[in-house]
Design a binder for this molecule. Structure first.
Ligand SMILES: Nc1nc2c(ncn2[C@@H]2O[C@H](COP(=O)(O)OP(=O)(O)O)[C@@H](O)[C@H]2O)c(=O)[nH]1
Ligand SMILES: [Mg+2]
Length: 347
């Protein structure tokens, strides 16, 4: 009920002037217009081009930090600590919690709601949960655009918490400039998991729950890994193009008792400084925007193409395919020809 109540009139297309006012209100720090703009992004509203038109020039200053790792590692607890630390530095902080499960079933959402209430009186903090039920382009496109909205709203740091399940940990690279991978000592197969992909994305490794046995061992293993054999992974080679590579930092924290938090914040900030000093920040921005353009393009093309396939001509195309009178590549060529004739492709 809460969820339904929170989503007002999303499909209605708004006037350009009203969108402009909405963005102005958001920039004054008001939460309702911010929430509504985020909903427009999340629901892929027809207003998006207009929203972006008025919003884009205000983006480009917020830092996006990704916090990823297995469920239960303590990411949300760490995020909570980060909010407090960053607030004490006077920074405005936004959090996007990406729940890979349905927004109606996840226990994580309940925790996020409690946190939201805790910070609800602080206008310098904004917390938002996002589901992953995007129709086109998946999670990362909408989430990426939500970071842009929060950036334009004037948040200094935007924290994106994602549970490292399947591809989501790699998608964080497309969103965040600085990525922390959170691990816990008892995950015995942790190192194996990292070899499968997490290793390459971490700028900072956090061994959380360091009150538990095995923390020192894990820190040592990670330090060994960071120092040996893994400096030639593609991301590092990429990093090395412009000056010396960033060697991931390894820290231990105990989030429930706020231990190690100063070091954690300092590590994230030192990576941000590294990005700025080395010129890599610009490179990351370029990648981010390139992906944004490609995402918009595939979303648009995908939508139009599926509309075409629903027309009688499109049905014929599919029928020829079923009858083996055409092959998928031949049919897709025809579909592209059809697409090029559509005026909407330029709208
Ligand atoms: N013992 C211990 N428990 C922790 C620590 N940090 C978080 N937890 C607990 O671990 C559980 C999962 O934490 P949560 O932040 O929700 O994990 P997430 O799924 O990664 O977001 C919660 O019960 C936390 O209280 C820690 O440093 N030590
Ligand atoms: Mg969580």
């Amino acid at each position: 009920l809460l969820f339904l109540g929170l989503r007002p009139n999303l499909s209605a297309v708004m006037k350009s002037k009203d969108i402009k006012v909405m963005i102005e209100e958001m920039k004054k720090g008001r939460r309702l217009p911010l929430a509504r703009l985020i909903s427009k992004v999340e629901n892929r509203s027809a207003d998006l081009p207009e929203v972006m038109k008025h919003l884009y020039s205000f983006t480009g200053t917020g830092e996006v930090w990704g916090i990823t790792g297995p469920p239960g590692a303590g990411k949300s607890t760490l995020v909570d600590c980060l909010i407090k630390s960053l607030r004490s530095q006077g920074k405005r902080v936004a959090v996007i919690a990406v729940d890979p499960s349905s927004p109606f079933s996840g226990g994580a959402i309940l925790g996020d709601r409690i946190r939201m209430q805790e910070h609800s009186r602080d206008s310098g903090v904004y917390i938002r949960s996002l589901g992953t039920r995007g129709k086109h382009g998946g999670l990362s496109h909408a989430t990426k655009e939500v970071t842009m909205v929060l950036d334009a709203a004037g948040f200094d740091v935007i924290l994106v918490e994602t549970a490292g399940v399947g591809q989501t940990e790699l998608e964080i690279l497309r969103l965040a400039q600085t990525v922390a991978v959170v691990l816990v000592p008892e995950s015995g197969d942790g190192i194996q998991v990292m070899k499968a992909g997490i290793m390459e994305i971490a700028d900072v490794f956090v061994v959380n729950k360091s009150d538990r046995p095995g923390a020192d061992k894990m820190v040592r293993e990670l330090l060994t890994m960071v120092g040996l054999g893994h400096t030639d992974v593609p991301t590092d080679a990429h990093r090395a193009e412009h000056g010396k590579p960033w060697r991931p930092l390894v820290l231990r924290t105990e989030a429930v008792r706020h231990k190690g938090m100063e070091e954690f914040v300092a590590a994230m900030q030192s990576h941000q400084k590294y990005l700025s000093d080395s010129g890599k920040k610009k490179e990351k921005t370029k990648d981010f925007l390139k992906n944004e353009l490609l995402d918009i393009l595939s979303e648009k093309v995908g939508t139009l193409a599926s509309q075409i396939l629903d027309t009688p001509d499109g049905q014929r195309l599919l029928f020829d395919l079923i009858e083996r009178k055409s092959d998928p590549y031949e049919s897709s060529r025809k579909l592209i020809q059809e697409l090029m004739k559509q005026k909407e492709i330029l709208s």
